[in-house]
Design a protein around this ligand. Structure first.
Ligand code: DC
Length: 227
């Protein structure tokens, strides 16, 4: 079973993806970390985050285990990742890795912006996670100030708006819900409630997906011994 989770920044999609993967014992890939890793690598090497050719070369050899996840999650890397993610050649360079993950035997959970539309349009379950921009800013501010970053709620709100506009407005694989995605608005939901809603949606989908039980074979008439 492939579960594709897309949505806006700080909507709770990452937490949900992690918990849903644990619930169904499926491997999980946070695809945002790939773009963050390319951005972090470019920043370290002094490569411009708008340099499509050089960033694509970095993307071709990106290895998540080479990075410290905490550093990747910082606000500076996030803003640079949003620029890097708008480069078509970078997206193409990261496609195969994500596609292979989606096709893991037994299934997988992937979260990002274009999973249901580009990476796994064939996903069994597609979720679109969103929340009001004010609530997302409140969550992101809490997360960043908890990491010791010097931010205000207003600056976080402005950055979120800018990121939303760039992610949704780019030419290649813009952030958008797949036509067949089920929406969850997490503005008034905590992580447990979000998980419960998602499990409900996945279970409903699984009922439809379950292979139909074969009708029992009719007993064959026994051959009469020839006399
Ligand atoms: O989910 P995140 O904040 O870690 O993502 C970082 C950036 O990468 C964000 O600006 C959107 C982009 N991204 C993307 O374009 N496609 C994905 N599948 C995942 C993330």
């Amino acid at each position: 079973m492939i579960i594709a989770i897309d949505g806006t920044t700080s909507s709770g999609k990452g937490t949900l993806a992690k918990r849903l993967a644990a619930h169904y014992r499926l491997p999980h890939l946070d695809t945002g970390l790939l773009y963050r890793a390319v951005a972090a690598s470019a920043l370290t090497k002094g490569i411009g985050v708008q340099d499509e050719r050089e960033c694509a070369l970095l993307a071709e050899h990106i290895e998540l285990s080479d990075f410290d996840e905490r550093e990747l999650r910082g606000a500076g890397v996030g803003a640079a990742a949003s620029v890097v993610a708008s480069l078509g050649a970078v997206r193409r360079a990261l496609f195969e890795l994500q596609r292979r993950f989606a096709l893991k035997e037994g299934g997988a959970v992937l979260d990002g912006r274009d999973i249901g539309t580009v990476i796994a349009p064939d996903a069994d379950v597609k979720l679109w996670i969103d929340a009001s921009v004010e609530e997302r800013a409140r969550r992101r501010f809490k997360e960043l100030s908890g990491m010791g970053e010097d931010v205000t709620q207003e600056s976080v709100l402005a950055q979120l708006r800018e990121r939303d506009a760039r992610d949704a407005g780019r030419k290649d694989a813009p952030m958008k819900p797949a036509d067949d995605a089920v929406w969850i608005d997490t503005t008034a939901l905590d992580p447990d409630q979000t998980l419960a809603k998602a499990v409900e949606i996945v279970e409903a989908k699984r009922l439809v997906l379950k292979p139909k039980a074969k009708a029992p074979a009719k007993p064959r008439a026994k051959k009469q011994p020839k006399v």
